[in-house]
Design a protein around this ligand. Structure first.
Ligand code: ZN
Length: 74
């Protein structure tokens, strides 16, 4: 079972989603554009810990971003 990082979603005023990935090792937050995330791409925290977003995590992030977009438009 692949480790799934904990993350938050931020939307800017153009509704572009940024994923804020929290490192479990040091608590540092790494920001990454959701569109640019690739499940094959390994992401490292500045402390060297692996904070790669897998396919499932990216799907979750996309769903959450979609929910936030919907709630903004109500
Ligand atoms: Zn770290």
């Amino acid at each position: 079972m692949k480790y799934m990082p904990s993350f938050d979603i931020d939307l800017d005023k153009h509704y572009n989603a940024t994923v804020v990935i929290a490192c479990e090792e040091c608590g540092h937050e790494t920001r990454h554009h959701l569109k640019a995330l690739d499940p094959e791409q390994h992401l490292l925290c500045s402390c060297g810990a692996d904070i790669t977003m897998g396919v499932q995590a990216i799907q979750q992030a996309q769903q959450r971003a979609e929910q936030i977009r919907t709630s903004y438009r109500v």
